[in-house]
Design a protein around this ligand. Sequence first.
Ligand SMILES: [Zn+2]
Length: 310
Amino acid sequence: MALSHCLFSICFFVSCFASFTVAEFQKLHHPSSKNDRSISFLVVGDWGRQGSHNQSEVAFQMGRIGDKLDIDFVVSTGDNFYDNGLTGINDPAFEESFTKIYTSNSLQKQWYSVLGNHDYRGDVEAQLDPMLRKADRRWLCMRSFIVNAEMVEFFFVDTTPFVDQYFASPNIHTYDWRGVVPRKRYIANVLKDLESALKESKAKWKIVVGHHAIRSANDVDFYINGHDHCLEHISSNDSPLQFLTSGGGSKAWRGDAQGGNGDGVHLFYDGPGFMTTPCVVIFTVHIQRQVWDILQGNLILGDAACCERK
Ligand SMILES: [Zn+2]
C-alpha cells in the first residue's frame, strides 16, 4: 500500500487552536520493569477469530518472541473481534478470541487496545466496559488515551469515526455510534486533545497508534496502524515519521492485494504475523524493528535501525 492509498489524513495541527490547554485523553503510566529502562512490546492487529485463520499460530509465535524479548506489554491496533465486535460484555467471543488464545506466559501482560471499524459494528461500549477487565485483567481498551512509558509515550487514537464511508455508505453494516455523535464535534475534540497532548509530551519518542492509516502527522516519530491485513513499513523523504502497519493477527491478505513496491516501502509482508519494536531508550537511543515469519517462526527482517536520536 503506497501512501497515496491511505484512507484519510489527520492534520495534527488545528490552525484555530493556538492556546495551551490540558490534554483530555486519559493518561496511564507504564514504567519499564528493566534496569536499563528499555521498553519492549508486541503489536498485533485484526485478530479475533476464535483461533481460526492462523490466529492461534500467530498467538503461539507471539508467546515465543514475547518471552525472548521479555515484553512489557502488547499493543492491539483494533478489529479485535470479527466480524461484528462484541454483542455485549457477556459475549463468549471475548474468551474464545482473546483469553483462550493468548495463553503464553509472556503474553500475560497488559494489553492496550484501540477500536477498529469491525468493533463498531457490535456493542461498541462492551469493549470499553471495565467489567471486561474483571473477566481478564490484561484487557484495556479505550477510545483515545495515552500510555506514558517514560522515554516513550504512546498516543492511542480512535480513528474509525474519521472515515466518511462508514457514515455515508455503511452498506449492510450497522455501526454503534454511541459516544461519537455529533461526529464533527467528536473529531474536532480528538484532534485538539491529541495536538495538546503531543505538545505537552516530554518523551524522547512519540508513537501514535490508530486503527486506520493516515497520510501525515507532525511531531510524531512512529505511526502504527492495523486495518490492512499485512505487515508494512513505509517512510518518506519529506518527513522523519515512520509508518508501521501491523494487521496480520489472523486472516492476512496473502496474495489478495498489491503492495510492497511503492516509494519508501521498506517492508511489505502479506502473510499473518505481528510486529515487535523493542525501544532501547537510554544511551543507545534507537528503535529496532523486527518482523517474524509466523508460519515458519523465522525472522524475515530484523534488527534494522529505523532512525537514531541523540
Ligand atoms: Zn479494520
